[in-house]
Design a protein around this ligand. Structure first.
Ligand SMILES: [Zn+2]
Length: 136
């Protein structure tokens, strides 16, 4: 596979660093981002005392997996590592798309202005009856 598949290596000479140093930094940054997502998810779950997956978890997953994939393609170049990250970004991206669609579909309370889930019949904050969404 060509050395600069994703065009990322082009920044290494600009930054005045060797390719190996650059990709080692990318790999460790990917490790840091990928590890942080577990802390973010754990913290959110402990805070709510309920299993919770915050949207930041999906952003960190997407960023970390794409960085691991570029590292695998450009530097590691082993088919096992490339395959391990070739498709993981797809559900992460899909979860983000669904999250933002769902968020945009939320009902605004005419009384207090807080947002409720699209399925809610009453405002969770003040109890005001909510009108059904147009596509219900
Ligand atoms: Zn309300």
């Amino acid at each position: 596979m060509h050395l600069d598949t994703l065009g990322i290596l082009a920044v290494a000479p600009v930054l005045g660093i060797e390719g190996e140093t650059f990709w080692t930094a990318v790999g460790w940054l990917a490790n840091a981002i990928f590890s942080t997502r577990f802390l973010v998810q754990w913290y959110a779950t402990e805070k709510r005392k309920e299993v919770t997956v915050p949207v930041l978890f999906w952003w960190l997953s997407l960023a970390g997996s794409l960085m691991f994939l570029s590292y695998a393609i450009n530097y590691d170049r082993h088919n096992v590592f490339i395959f391990a990250y070739a498709f993981t970004w797809i559900p992460y991206l899909r979860n983000l798309i669904i999250h933002f669609r769902h968020k945009n579909a939320r009902k605004g309370c005419p009384q207090c202005g807080s947002k409720s889930s699209p399925q809610a019949n009453y405002c969770a904050e003040c109890g005001t009856k909510l009108e059904p969404l147009e596509n219900d």
